[in-house]
Ligand binder design. Sequence first.
Ligand SMILES: Nc1ncnc2c1ncn2[C@@H]1O[C@H](COP(=O)(O)OP(=O)(O)OP(=O)(O)O)[C@@H](O)[C@H]1O
Length: 555
Amino acid sequence: MRLISLLQKKSKLFYILLLLLGLINSIWSMGLLLLINNRIAGTSLPFVQGYDWQIYVVLILVSFFTARAFQSYTIRLTYELGNDLGLSVFEKLRFADYEEYIKLGEEKVRTATADVTTLQRFPNVFIETFNAIVMVTIGLGYLFYTNFFGALLILGVLSTLAVVYYIRNLSISRDLNTVRDLANVYQQNVNDFLRGFKDVKMSITRSNNIFIRYISQNRHRVKELTIKTLIKFMGNELMGNYLWYLLIGIIIFLLPVILHMTNVVNNQFVVTLLYLMGPVGIVVARISEFTQMQIAVDRLEQFHDKINASKAIAIGHGDLAATGGKFESIRFKEVTFEYYDERRAETFRLKPLTLDIKKGESIFITGGNGSGKSTFVNLLTGLYVPHTGTIALNGQVITESTYPGYRNRIAAIFTDSILFNENYDGLDLAPDNERLMFWLRKMELENIVTFDNEKKSIKADLSKGQQKRLALIYIMLEDKDVIVLDEWAAEQDPVFRAYFYKKIIPELKQMGKTVIVVTHDDTYFHCGERLIKFDYGNIVSDTSINAASDLHYAL
Ligand SMILES: Nc1ncnc2c1ncn2[C@@H]1O[C@H](COP(=O)(O)OP(=O)(O)OP(=O)(O)O)[C@@H](O)[C@H]1O
């Protein structure tokens, strides 16, 4: 993606408007220069004599209204571009495959949002620079028109210094990139410090190391590098400012001697140079900003390419109607899935899985750490798509376009599920909702939570176990047929854990729900109807509890 195409995409009229701006600006700049210089020289404007002040007023008015119109246009364009780019990151992301998202990583999403902030300034910077370039061109053109060799000399000095300035700026940008990398590390250290506050307090070595070896050292390096960069930057700015004294010196002392310039031409050169100071400063200062923006746009493009590679994007919410009808069964047929761990150069494989889940079953999934339970849950809930094999809902194989609808039919609480700050599900979370109150009583949260009537949500500072209970209540209000709970009971106290297995699960079954529970609680295995055991990515036993049939798979 080229930077410039960003603007064209945003506004079809962009180039036409730009041309108009260039034209008006050229007329304004040229007119102003001619007018001032002719007044100083005591001559009148060519072609239009005797209308100097009228022309001056018209020029100012045209310039004022053009600047006003363009700046309003730029402000709108700037914020629309930032808004669109920012929203497009999340709009695409929500349709992306979960597997692709995991591969992409949260860090890349955060960098992409930072890049959007950098790019947001682009329309502003671009129009400002374009304006400045027009003015510089007119100014230099006028100098060449006035005295060719004098202008050539000035252009030579200006160009040499612009190149020096640019090279020095590149080294400043490199240092700034290092500062940014250090800032990322600092952010991680600070996150560790704040999230792990309790653990930091528990060990003197840990506390000293995180503060001295990481946080302090990082800040020290950032401080040194920032001071160095700011001094270099200040040197550049000073050099830029003093350049004008050098040029004015050349004009008033050198040019009259070597080019035998008259006083009038000399004055015209000085006035034009003073007029050029602002625009040249803008052009030079913006060069490094464009480099940063080009990096941001390239990175953003890579990000979009990566997400676009996710086949799910094009499907969006897919074909929701196709997964309608009453829930009867889920069938896994020869389903496989694998991860490749690059660092360990190892592959974890979920071996071909074939199994049926029928309406109303309560199934317990167990197995050692790393045996593949969560991978299975991710496949069952439709977050992962099988690498080979198929999953069918009510006998219909789920396809790319029916995956979103399939996921939508399952309610799940994962080990790392969170309670959102807002009521995104649009649930009826008011005290007059009898079902809600019934479940709050059942989960022993009735006297703990409070209602936020304005936000239509529940407010509470809850323990981890209580958060899981509230999440289960929300699931009951969602009223989906299939409920998947990944180690839900792990954070419950023994009394409530027993209550969950002995009372709640049978009740869910009575309500016609199909419940799949990942659990290590072998004391309560008898509370389910079926026990599936995983080992090394394989189902090693699928046992029907309380029934004679005992299906054992060979290891
Ligand atoms: N995103 C991933 N990338 C690479 N490997 C992964 C990824 N997620 C899991 N694995 C690997 O897959 C294997 C199975 O993981 P899984 O999370 O399914 O196990 P689990 O049975 O749920 O374990 P636990 O009881 O500890 O939660 C592990 O060896 C793990 O290292």
